[in-house]
Design a binder for this molecule. Structure first.
Ligand SMILES: *Cc1c(COP(=O)(O)O)cnc(C)c1O
Length: 357
Protein backbone atom coordinates (compact mmCIF):
# COMPACT_ATOMS: atom_id res chain seq x y z
CA UNK A 1 0.00 0.00 0.00
CA UNK A 2 1.31 3.44 -0.90
CA UNK A 3 2.40 5.03 2.37
CA UNK A 4 1.15 8.59 1.68
CA UNK A 5 -1.40 9.54 4.37
CA UNK A 6 -2.90 12.53 6.12
CA UNK A 7 -3.35 11.80 9.80
CA UNK A 8 -6.01 14.03 11.40
CA UNK A 9 -5.75 14.60 15.17
CA UNK A 10 -9.27 15.29 16.42
CA UNK A 11 -8.04 16.02 19.94
CA UNK A 12 -5.97 18.89 18.52
CA UNK A 13 -9.05 20.11 16.64
CA UNK A 14 -10.99 20.29 19.92
CA UNK A 15 -8.07 22.05 21.62
CA UNK A 16 -8.07 24.74 18.92
CA UNK A 17 -11.85 25.16 19.08
CA UNK A 18 -11.64 25.65 22.85
CA UNK A 19 -8.88 28.19 22.35
CA UNK A 20 -11.15 30.23 20.06
CA UNK A 21 -13.80 30.26 22.78
CA UNK A 22 -11.33 31.02 25.58
CA UNK A 23 -9.86 33.99 23.70
CA UNK A 24 -13.23 35.55 22.88
CA UNK A 25 -15.72 34.42 25.55
CA UNK A 26 -18.10 34.20 22.60
CA UNK A 27 -20.15 31.53 20.91
CA UNK A 28 -18.15 29.96 18.09
CA UNK A 29 -19.26 28.54 14.76
CA UNK A 30 -16.63 26.06 13.63
CA UNK A 31 -16.03 26.85 9.96
CA UNK A 32 -15.87 23.50 8.16
CA UNK A 33 -16.54 24.60 4.58
CA UNK A 34 -14.61 22.96 1.73
CA UNK A 35 -14.62 19.59 3.52
CA UNK A 36 -13.20 21.21 6.66
CA UNK A 37 -10.32 22.73 4.68
CA UNK A 38 -9.45 19.25 3.45
CA UNK A 39 -9.68 17.62 6.90
CA UNK A 40 -13.02 15.83 6.33
CA UNK A 41 -16.13 17.84 7.29
CA UNK A 42 -18.25 15.02 8.67
CA UNK A 43 -15.53 13.57 10.89
CA UNK A 44 -14.54 17.02 12.15
CA UNK A 45 -18.17 17.96 12.83
CA UNK A 46 -18.79 14.72 14.72
CA UNK A 47 -15.66 15.32 16.80
CA UNK A 48 -16.85 18.83 17.75
CA UNK A 49 -20.59 18.34 17.91
CA UNK A 50 -20.83 17.74 21.66
CA UNK A 51 -19.33 21.14 22.44
CA UNK A 52 -19.63 23.34 19.34
CA UNK A 53 -22.24 26.11 19.20
CA UNK A 54 -22.64 25.37 15.52
CA UNK A 55 -20.93 25.01 12.18
CA UNK A 56 -20.47 27.12 9.08
CA UNK A 57 -20.23 25.92 5.48
CA UNK A 58 -20.28 27.53 2.05
CA UNK A 59 -23.46 26.11 0.57
CA UNK A 60 -26.51 23.94 1.12
CA UNK A 61 -24.84 20.91 -0.48
CA UNK A 62 -22.18 20.97 2.25
CA UNK A 63 -24.81 21.51 4.95
CA UNK A 64 -26.99 18.61 3.81
CA UNK A 65 -23.97 16.30 3.96
CA UNK A 66 -23.69 17.18 7.66
CA UNK A 67 -27.41 16.71 8.28
CA UNK A 68 -27.28 13.32 6.50
CA UNK A 69 -24.47 12.32 8.87
CA UNK A 70 -26.69 13.12 11.84
CA UNK A 71 -25.33 16.55 12.80
CA UNK A 72 -28.14 18.36 14.63
CA UNK A 73 -26.33 21.58 15.61
CA UNK A 74 -26.95 24.88 13.83
CA UNK A 75 -25.28 25.06 10.42
CA UNK A 76 -24.79 28.47 8.80
CA UNK A 77 -24.62 28.88 5.02
CA UNK A 78 -21.91 31.52 4.64
CA UNK A 79 -23.07 32.62 1.19
CA UNK A 80 -26.73 32.04 1.91
CA UNK A 81 -28.63 30.59 -1.03
CA UNK A 82 -27.71 30.85 -4.70
CA UNK A 83 -31.29 30.38 -5.91
CA UNK A 84 -34.58 31.12 -4.17
CA UNK A 85 -35.60 27.50 -4.74
CA UNK A 86 -33.20 26.48 -1.94
CA UNK A 87 -35.26 28.33 0.70
CA UNK A 88 -37.79 25.59 1.55
CA UNK A 89 -34.95 23.12 2.20
CA UNK A 90 -33.09 25.70 4.27
CA UNK A 91 -36.13 26.05 6.50
CA UNK A 92 -36.90 22.34 6.54
CA UNK A 93 -33.38 21.37 7.66
CA UNK A 94 -33.10 24.23 10.16
CA UNK A 95 -30.12 25.77 8.38
CA UNK A 96 -29.06 29.32 9.14
CA UNK A 97 -28.64 31.57 6.20
CA UNK A 98 -26.48 34.59 5.37
CA UNK A 99 -28.21 37.35 3.43
CA UNK A 100 -25.56 39.36 1.64
CA UNK A 101 -27.51 40.92 -1.24
CA UNK A 102 -30.84 42.64 -1.79
CA UNK A 103 -32.04 39.96 -4.22
CA UNK A 104 -31.81 37.43 -1.38
CA UNK A 105 -33.87 39.68 0.87
CA UNK A 106 -36.56 39.96 -1.81
CA UNK A 107 -36.56 36.19 -2.28
CA UNK A 108 -37.18 35.70 1.45
CA UNK A 109 -40.02 38.24 1.39
CA UNK A 110 -41.68 36.31 -1.43
CA UNK A 111 -41.00 32.77 -0.16
CA UNK A 112 -43.68 30.41 1.14
CA UNK A 113 -42.12 28.86 4.23
CA UNK A 114 -43.47 26.54 6.90
CA UNK A 115 -40.83 27.51 9.45
CA UNK A 116 -39.18 30.84 10.23
CA UNK A 117 -35.54 31.39 9.24
CA UNK A 118 -32.46 32.48 11.16
CA UNK A 119 -30.72 35.09 9.04
CA UNK A 120 -27.21 36.47 9.36
CA UNK A 121 -27.44 39.87 7.69
CA UNK A 122 -24.12 40.71 6.13
CA UNK A 123 -22.80 44.24 5.85
CA UNK A 124 -20.06 45.30 3.43
CA UNK A 125 -17.76 47.25 5.74
CA UNK A 126 -15.00 47.71 3.19
CA UNK A 127 -13.94 44.37 1.78
CA UNK A 128 -16.27 45.02 -1.18
CA UNK A 129 -16.84 41.37 -1.97
CA UNK A 130 -20.34 40.56 -0.67
CA UNK A 131 -22.55 42.30 1.88
CA UNK A 132 -25.15 45.05 1.87
CA UNK A 133 -24.19 48.67 1.44
CA UNK A 134 -24.32 50.55 4.78
CA UNK A 135 -27.06 52.86 3.45
CA UNK A 136 -29.32 49.82 2.88
CA UNK A 137 -28.60 48.04 6.16
CA UNK A 138 -31.23 49.45 8.53
CA UNK A 139 -33.94 49.18 5.93
CA UNK A 140 -32.97 45.56 5.13
CA UNK A 141 -33.11 44.69 8.82
CA UNK A 142 -36.58 46.22 9.17
CA UNK A 143 -37.80 44.41 6.06
CA UNK A 144 -36.61 41.08 7.47
CA UNK A 145 -38.50 41.77 10.69
CA UNK A 146 -41.61 42.84 8.81
CA UNK A 147 -41.51 39.84 6.45
CA UNK A 148 -42.72 37.50 9.18
CA UNK A 149 -40.36 34.90 7.73
CA UNK A 150 -37.48 35.45 10.13
CA UNK A 151 -37.34 34.42 13.77
CA UNK A 152 -33.86 35.67 14.54
CA UNK A 153 -31.27 37.97 12.95
CA UNK A 154 -27.53 38.21 13.57
CA UNK A 155 -25.58 41.18 12.23
CA UNK A 156 -22.33 40.24 10.56
CA UNK A 157 -19.41 41.44 8.50
CA UNK A 158 -16.05 40.06 7.38
CA UNK A 159 -12.52 41.44 7.63
CA UNK A 160 -10.29 41.77 4.59
CA UNK A 161 -6.99 42.38 6.37
CA UNK A 162 -7.24 41.03 9.92
CA UNK A 163 -4.10 38.96 9.26
CA UNK A 164 -2.12 42.22 8.96
CA UNK A 165 -1.71 43.16 12.59
CA UNK A 166 -0.30 46.62 11.86
CA UNK A 167 -2.93 47.61 9.30
CA UNK A 168 -5.61 50.17 10.28
CA UNK A 169 -8.08 48.51 7.89
CA UNK A 170 -9.79 46.31 10.51
CA UNK A 171 -10.42 49.26 12.86
CA UNK A 172 -11.87 51.17 9.91
CA UNK A 173 -14.14 48.27 9.02
CA UNK A 174 -15.22 48.00 12.67
CA UNK A 175 -16.13 51.72 12.71
CA UNK A 176 -18.31 51.26 9.62
CA UNK A 177 -19.99 48.27 11.29
CA UNK A 178 -20.65 50.10 14.56
CA UNK A 179 -22.18 53.07 12.72
CA UNK A 180 -24.42 50.87 10.57
CA UNK A 181 -25.76 48.75 13.42
CA UNK A 182 -26.63 51.69 15.71
CA UNK A 183 -30.10 51.18 17.10
CA UNK A 184 -30.41 47.55 15.95
CA UNK A 185 -30.91 45.23 18.91
CA UNK A 186 -29.35 42.03 17.59
CA UNK A 187 -26.30 39.88 18.17
CA UNK A 188 -23.25 40.47 16.01
CA UNK A 189 -20.47 38.43 14.41
CA UNK A 190 -17.23 39.76 12.98
CA UNK A 191 -14.23 37.68 13.91
CA UNK A 192 -12.58 35.11 11.68
CA UNK A 193 -9.39 33.31 12.81
CA UNK A 194 -6.95 36.24 12.52
CA UNK A 195 -9.43 38.45 14.39
CA UNK A 196 -9.99 35.79 17.08
CA UNK A 197 -6.24 35.51 17.63
CA UNK A 198 -5.09 39.05 17.03
CA UNK A 199 -7.92 41.55 17.51
CA UNK A 200 -9.20 41.16 21.11
CA UNK A 201 -10.87 44.59 21.03
CA UNK A 202 -13.36 43.62 18.29
CA UNK A 203 -16.79 42.76 19.71
CA UNK A 204 -18.48 39.57 18.56
CA UNK A 205 -21.28 37.59 20.17
CA UNK A 206 -20.42 34.91 17.64
CA UNK A 207 -16.97 34.18 16.23
CA UNK A 208 -16.22 32.22 13.06
CA UNK A 209 -12.85 30.47 13.36
CA UNK A 210 -11.71 28.46 10.33
CA UNK A 211 -8.02 28.01 9.69
CA UNK A 212 -7.12 28.23 13.39
CA UNK A 213 -9.24 25.15 14.11
CA UNK A 214 -6.84 23.19 11.95
CA UNK A 215 -3.89 24.51 13.91
CA UNK A 216 -2.36 26.73 11.23
CA UNK A 217 -1.59 30.37 11.84
CA UNK A 218 -3.24 32.94 9.57
CA UNK A 219 -0.31 35.32 10.16
CA UNK A 220 2.97 35.50 8.25
CA UNK A 221 4.79 36.58 11.40
CA UNK A 222 5.02 34.89 14.82
CA UNK A 223 2.06 35.73 17.08
CA UNK A 224 1.60 34.79 20.73
CA UNK A 225 -1.91 33.31 20.58
CA UNK A 226 -1.25 31.53 17.29
CA UNK A 227 1.70 29.83 18.96
CA UNK A 228 -0.84 28.04 21.20
CA UNK A 229 -2.49 26.25 18.27
CA UNK A 230 -1.94 22.54 17.77
CA UNK A 231 -1.50 21.32 14.17
CA UNK A 232 -4.31 18.91 13.28
CA UNK A 233 -3.07 17.41 10.01
CA UNK A 234 0.15 15.44 9.63
CA UNK A 235 0.90 14.80 5.97
CA UNK A 236 3.17 11.82 6.01
CA UNK A 237 4.78 9.21 3.80
CA UNK A 238 7.96 7.12 3.58
CA UNK A 239 11.29 6.96 1.78
CA UNK A 240 10.83 4.49 -1.09
CA UNK A 241 14.29 4.67 -2.68
CA UNK A 242 17.80 5.84 -1.74
CA UNK A 243 20.80 6.48 -3.99
CA UNK A 244 24.29 7.92 -3.60
CA UNK A 245 25.34 10.51 -6.17
CA UNK A 246 28.78 12.03 -6.73
CA UNK A 247 29.07 15.82 -6.89
CA UNK A 248 27.80 17.45 -10.08
CA UNK A 249 24.81 15.18 -10.81
CA UNK A 250 21.30 16.48 -11.56
CA UNK A 251 18.21 15.32 -9.66
CA UNK A 252 14.66 15.28 -11.04
CA UNK A 253 12.79 17.08 -13.83
CA UNK A 254 14.58 19.96 -15.44
CA UNK A 255 17.78 19.21 -13.51
CA UNK A 256 16.74 21.98 -11.16
CA UNK A 257 19.07 20.62 -8.49
CA UNK A 258 22.68 19.62 -9.15
CA UNK A 259 24.48 17.94 -6.27
CA UNK A 260 27.12 20.36 -4.90
CA UNK A 261 28.81 17.51 -3.00
CA UNK A 262 28.51 13.73 -2.85
CA UNK A 263 24.83 13.44 -1.98
CA UNK A 264 22.59 10.74 -0.56
CA UNK A 265 19.20 11.24 -2.21
CA UNK A 266 15.99 9.88 -0.69
CA UNK A 267 12.82 9.56 -2.77
CA UNK A 268 9.52 10.10 -0.92
CA UNK A 269 6.13 8.83 -2.11
CA UNK A 270 4.43 12.24 -2.20
CA UNK A 271 3.88 14.56 -5.12
CA UNK A 272 1.78 17.39 -6.47
CA UNK A 273 -1.00 14.93 -7.37
CA UNK A 274 -1.38 14.49 -3.60
CA UNK A 275 -1.58 18.23 -3.13
CA UNK A 276 2.00 18.82 -2.07
CA UNK A 277 2.87 22.15 -3.74
CA UNK A 278 4.89 21.82 -6.94
CA UNK A 279 6.25 25.31 -6.31
CA UNK A 280 7.98 24.25 -3.08
CA UNK A 281 11.63 25.11 -3.76
CA UNK A 282 14.83 23.26 -2.93
CA UNK A 283 15.42 23.76 0.78
CA UNK A 284 11.79 23.40 1.87
CA UNK A 285 12.03 21.34 5.08
CA UNK A 286 10.62 17.88 5.71
CA UNK A 287 11.07 15.72 8.80
CA UNK A 288 12.66 12.33 8.17
CA UNK A 289 13.53 9.79 10.83
CA UNK A 290 13.02 12.55 13.40
CA UNK A 291 15.37 15.10 11.78
CA UNK A 292 14.86 17.99 9.40
CA UNK A 293 16.09 17.50 5.85
CA UNK A 294 15.67 19.67 2.74
CA UNK A 295 13.60 19.00 -0.37
CA UNK A 296 15.79 18.98 -3.50
CA UNK A 297 14.82 19.52 -7.13
CA UNK A 298 11.38 19.69 -8.67
CA UNK A 299 8.41 18.06 -6.97
CA UNK A 300 7.00 15.43 -9.38
CA UNK A 301 3.44 14.18 -9.62
CA UNK A 302 3.89 11.19 -7.31
CA UNK A 303 7.34 11.62 -5.79
CA UNK A 304 9.72 14.17 -4.41
CA UNK A 305 13.40 14.01 -3.50
CA UNK A 306 15.13 14.97 -0.27
CA UNK A 307 18.77 15.26 0.75
CA UNK A 308 19.63 12.53 3.29
CA UNK A 309 23.38 13.24 3.37
CA UNK A 310 23.20 14.69 6.88
CA UNK A 311 20.64 12.13 8.15
CA UNK A 312 22.61 8.87 7.90
CA UNK A 313 20.12 7.10 10.17
CA UNK A 314 17.39 7.59 7.55
CA UNK A 315 17.00 5.01 4.82
CA UNK A 316 14.56 2.92 2.87
CA UNK A 317 11.20 2.95 4.67
CA UNK A 318 11.98 5.87 6.98
CA UNK A 319 8.88 7.86 7.94
CA UNK A 320 8.62 11.38 6.48
CA UNK A 321 6.48 14.26 7.74
CA UNK A 322 5.80 16.75 4.93
CA UNK A 323 3.92 19.01 7.32
CA UNK A 324 2.40 18.53 10.76
CA UNK A 325 3.55 18.97 14.34
CA UNK A 326 7.26 19.43 13.51
CA UNK A 327 7.26 21.04 10.08
CA UNK A 328 4.48 23.64 10.22
CA UNK A 329 2.17 23.79 7.20
CA UNK A 330 2.40 27.58 7.40
CA UNK A 331 6.19 27.37 6.98
CA UNK A 332 5.88 25.13 3.93
CA UNK A 333 3.25 27.51 2.56
CA UNK A 334 5.56 30.51 2.98
CA UNK A 335 8.31 28.66 1.09
CA UNK A 336 5.92 27.73 -1.70
CA UNK A 337 4.36 31.20 -2.00
CA UNK A 338 1.02 29.86 -0.80
CA UNK A 339 -1.16 30.07 2.29
CA UNK A 340 -1.93 27.05 4.49
CA UNK A 341 -5.66 27.38 3.59
CA UNK A 342 -4.77 26.68 -0.03
CA UNK A 343 -2.41 23.79 0.73
CA UNK A 344 -4.98 22.03 2.92
CA UNK A 345 -7.74 22.51 0.32
CA UNK A 346 -5.46 21.15 -2.42
CA UNK A 347 -5.03 17.84 -0.65
CA UNK A 348 -6.25 14.90 -2.74
CA UNK A 349 -5.60 11.20 -3.35
CA UNK A 350 -4.07 10.70 0.11
CA UNK A 351 -6.33 8.72 2.46
CA UNK A 352 -7.33 10.53 5.66
CA UNK A 353 -6.74 8.63 8.89
CA UNK A 354 -8.14 9.86 12.21
CA UNK A 355 -6.92 9.71 15.79
CA UNK A 356 -7.87 11.36 19.06
CA UNK A 357 -11.56 10.50 18.96
C1 LIG B 1 -14.21 31.12 5.53
C2 LIG B 1 -14.85 32.15 6.37
C3 LIG B 1 -14.48 32.29 7.72
C4 LIG B 1 -13.30 31.56 8.34
O1 LIG B 1 -12.12 32.25 7.99
P1 LIG B 1 -10.71 31.83 8.63
O2 LIG B 1 -9.78 32.89 8.16
O3 LIG B 1 -10.38 30.49 8.06
O4 LIG B 1 -10.90 31.81 10.09
C5 LIG B 1 -15.18 33.18 8.49
N1 LIG B 1 -16.19 33.91 7.98
C6 LIG B 1 -16.57 33.82 6.68
C7 LIG B 1 -17.68 34.67 6.16
C8 LIG B 1 -15.90 32.95 5.83
O5 LIG B 1 -16.26 32.86 4.56
Amino acid sequence: MRPARALIDLQALRHNYRLARELTHAKALAVIKADAYGHGAVRCALALEAEADGFAVACIEEALELRAAGIKSPVLLLEGFFEASELPQIAQHDLWCVVHALWQLEAIEQAQLHKPLTVWLKLDTGMHRVGLHPKDYHDAYQRLLASGKVARTVLMSHFARADELDSPASEEQLAVFEAARQGLAAECSLRNSPAVLGWPQVPSDWVRPGIMLYGATPFEVPQAQAARLQPVMTLQSRVISVRELPAGEPVGYGARFVSPRPTRVGVVAMGYADGYPRQAPTGTPVMVAGKRAPLIGRVSMDMLCIDLTDVPEAGLGSPVELWGKHVLASDVALQAGMIPYQMFCNLKRVPLDYCGD
